[in-house]
Design a protein around this ligand. Structure first.
Ligand code: CNA
Length: 259
């Protein structure tokens, strides 16, 4: 735990959650690092790892559509890591699902492509950077469901269409549009009393702009193990491990019959 006044901040977070019926939770890669999936920009993040491993011109190239068209191998090699073991939701993913189960209206907007919110039981999830559940052929546009290409992903192989085009999972790369669902939510945000950002550097636009737009209007908090450049916008900033935070808040909320 790095933050000063931690107890006070946890108590404030508990109060904010208790007094809010409708909550938007915006998550980033930091909520999944304890599940074994590295983030982008953290110390042990993907960017540091891939830049050395693949000799990329710039680290973001692994998720850049124009680089992918030039060399898709780094992306599929990285994907193999994501699919190699049975990755399970973190305590924080489960905490968010629990809040919904207990009657809060929860809308999760995630930048993550690991599908862990749904696996944890959250029902209203906008995956603004897409997922691996579907894919399409870059040459003929044919659509595929995950079961038809998952075996290849697990082996780090490049799935090919019958037309010989590369089958690219529908995760959003730099240079690609976000799903319509995201823009609809951006222009017509769900009604909410509180926005909680968990585990994001807020560096990737336009996704981060959604959280910032809400934070400018309603009660807000951010939990991240390091400061972000937007911390001043938030009513409450907690710099600590996400799961330690969720666990502390969850403990306190469980003691309240009604919250
Ligand atoms: P990011 O820029 O890597 O930021 C993550 C932030 O989380 C960093 O500031 C870390 O310090 C912080 N962090 C890491 N672990 C923890 C922890 N246990 N507790 C608290 N804070 C922590 O990632 P963003 O999500 O902000 O950037 C958006 C990118 C990352 C999106 O395009 C994602 O698709 C992409 N991404 C997703 C995954 C995934 O699906 N799990 C993994 C890696 C990258």
């Amino acid at each position: 735990m790095h933050d000063k006044n931690l107890n006070e901040k946890i108590n404030k977070a508990v109060q904010l959650i208790k007094s809010s019926d409708k909550i938007v939770i915006f998550t980033g890669a930091g909520i999944s690092t304890n599940c074994g999936i590295p983030d982008f920009r953290g110390e042990n993040g993907i960017y540091n790892m891939v830049k050395k491993k693949y000799n990329l011109p710039y680290p973001e190239a692994v998720f850049d559509i124009s680089y992918f068209e030039h060399d898709p191998h780094p992306f599929y090699d990285l994907t193999k890591e994501l699919f190699k073991s049975d990755i399970q939701p973190s305590l924080s993913h489960k905490f968010i699902a629990w809040l919904e189960e207990k009657g809060k209206t929860i809308n999760v907007v995630t930048q993550n492509i690991d599908m862990l919110h749904t696996k944890a039981g959250s029902k209203n999830v906008i995956e603004c950077h897409g997922t691996y559940l579907t894919a399409h052929c870059l040459k003929c546009g044919k659509k595929f469901e995950i079961n038809s290409f998952e075996d290849k992903l697990k082996k780090g192989e490049i799935p090919l269409c019958i037309c010989s085009g590369i089958i690219k999972p529908d995760v959003v790369f730099f240079g690609e549009m976000l799903p319509d669902k995201f823009y609809i939510a951006y222009h017509n945000p769900p009604e909410a009393d509180l926005v909680i950002v968990m585990g994001s550097s807020l560096m990737v636009q336009p996704a981060a702009g959604f959280a910032l737009m809400l934070a400018n209007k309603i009660n807000s908090m951010i939990i991240n193990n390091e400061p972000t450049v937007y911390d001043k916008i938030f009513d409450l900033v907690v710099n600590m491990d996400i799961d330690e935070f969720s666990s502390a808040v969850w403990e306190k909320l469980k003691k309240n019959n009604k919250f």
